[in-house]
Design a protein around this ligand. Structure first.
Ligand SMILES: [Zn+2]
Length: 59
C-alpha cells in the first residue's frame, strides 16, 4: 500500500480530479467521508485518514 503523499487531498476515483468538496461527514462506514466531485459531478467516498472520528471510542 502506498500512502502518505504530502499535501494530497481526496481525489475523484472516476475522473481523477482533485476539484472535490466535502459532501457528507460520514459515508457508509464511519471512517469514510463522502465527497462531491465538481469535475464529473459524482459523489464518492474517501477514507478519513488524517483526523480521528468525532465520536467517543468505546472503552
Ligand atoms: Zn470526478
Amino acid at each position: 500500500m502506498s500512502k502518505r503523499t504530502s499535501g494530497e487531498g481526496p481525489r475523484c476515483p472516476f475522473c481523477g480530479s482533485q476539484d472535490v468538496e466535502l459532501h457528507a461527514l460520514f459515508g457508509s462506514l464511519m471512517l469514510m467521508s463522502q465527497y462531491y466531485c465538481n469535475g464529473c459531478r459524482t459523489v464518492f467516498e474517501h477514507i478519513r485518514d488524517d483526523e480521528p472520528p468525532a465520536f467517543p471510542q468505546e472503552r
